[in-house]
Design a protein around this ligand. Sequence first.
Ligand code: MSP
Length: 648
Amino acid sequence: MKNYITTPIYYVNGEAHIGHAYTTFIADTLARHSRLLGNETYFLTGTDEHGQKIEEAAKKLEKPTQQFADEISASFRNLWDEFDISYDQFIRTTDEDHKKGVQVAFAKMFENGDIYKDFYEGNYCVSCETFFPESQLMDGGCCPDCGRATTIVKEESYFFRLSKYEKPLMEYYEAHSDFILPKSRRNEVMSFVRGGLNDLSVTRTSFNWGIHIPENLNDPKHVMYVWLDALMNYVTALGYGADESKMDFWPAQVQLVGKDILRFHAIYWPAFLMSLGLPLPKHIGAHGWWTRDGEKMSKSKGNVVDPREVAQHYGAENLRYFMMREVPFGQDGDFSQRALIDRMNSDLSNDLGNLLNRIIGMSEKYSDFVIDSVNVEKYHTKELSDAHAVLDSLEIYLKDLQLHRYLEELWKVFSIGNKAIEEHAPWVKIKEGRTDEALATVALVANLLAKASVMLHSIMPSTTATIADALGFEITTASYTDLIIQKGLLKTFTIKKIPPLFPRVEEPLMAEAPKAMIEETAKPEPKKIEDKKESTVSMEGLITIDQFFQTSIKIGTVLEAEEVPKSSKLLKLQVDLGEEAPRQIIAGIREYYSAESLVGTQVCVVANLKPAKLMGMLSEGMILAAKDADGLCLVRPEKPRQSGSSVG
Ligand code: MSP
């Protein structure tokens, strides 16, 4: 099967931010997944370099437009290289082949009567590079999309007969309910088309930075409308209008776009394709908009999130994971360091990282790092079949672009692993001499980690390659087929001791968006009310939120409890904090709790205290409890949580 996946091509009027990175991450994930499945895959990204907006941006910096475009285009490309984006082609609309292809398309549309010459009079938004009829403008003649002032354009223009495609487009949407994803966006597009389509002005004469219409039309002052030029990149990249070398990748499997440019992709683009007699893409996927700390990102506010900066502080793949896990595809998302840190600590560090560390630690202690799957099926049929059921169900979420659901489901495999360790307590079995059983549990979890890593590979390629390497295999189509499709198990191997992949992050690592900027945009009303309210809390001894987060409090599950001989107060507990081995904690709670009543229950543990000795016994944490005149009670989670979950 051939799979063609595209991102929008990015305007070169400014540097990339996390909004651009998000589209690219999703496309890269889909492309990598497609390759993992063994499909022939072509992944296209690039830059959109023509139009009035770019011309004006270059002028402001007093740079030749081409030089300006070269610089920003290179910066996008470098960024994607730094993020290891696996694009097969990086197209630029200033590429000669592209220009020729667009002219061929224009000529074809002209020949078949879909382009005609007339006169345009109306409003144009330079920022959106869009024409608007007066009826759609906001007060003061402002752009309905971005709110900026529009300019009145009065010029001779060639028009594309968009109105002719109203009916065919509607029929297409009706017949292909998953053409637009998420499906909820389909209605929006359909009602726009139902409202009537005007023919589209597709040339301009008032500026020069663009592709000229074909020479044989003898009209050299006409430059093509930037959206016609830009949309055509998806086929000129495949050789349209030239050698057609890769046209067998067309139609695209998925074309990713932000919701702001869905209209161009779901209306104009299919109409252009119909006019050229080309099939339509299978899916147009429109994602939501990213904000920062609840605010729209903008250069003037100074709050644009630079993906490079985030990657430097938190890791490129952690950012990738966060963006895809945090937000349902199609909905808007908010970037904040706190949200990123929470995801990293809970999903990556606790659930995945700790599981791997535990397996490395246990295999070191019990079998000198050798892991053998020989008894896994004998002792763990249920866990294996539960995990395979999860893994089998994942594909559908990718088809619908629901990456957050994909990851949410995938994480169930780690829960199965963590639960298996808690329930089967290999350290107890080793003590009891049931070595086979203990090693089978360790091998089960190693296999679960391997299988989950394969399915996480397209989202975290380098991290999962490291995990796979530690587990003695490589993530390839062959291992995907073996471990996922055929439900095979790892062959005997020696696990590698690697340093923890996901160290916990305790406090923000990047400077926050400038304060003044945040205040400038904060809603005025509630702020005033808040300002008037005086705090009644004594200021003495107060700590900041960052100081609070220096204390790591975790949910622990009590695995064993016994009375400390010769002590009326102390109990000795073995508490699972989701780490390689349980911690021993000596707690002064014997007067209030019997040892038996604690086994299997959960507690809150201060996990980053220096170990201490109580009555000569090591204590590796402190259990939280509340005490008043009626006695002492433990502080516990309201509902069971995974061992090691952080409390904050
Ligand atoms: N050049 C056009 C696309 C032409 S495709 C034939 C364009 N470029 S853009 O650079 O302005 O935007 C590119 C993509 O980035 C769009 O899909 C847009 O939705 C996305 N984003 C820009 N800012 C964004 C956020 N703040 N959040 C999420 N995505 C955003 O439009």
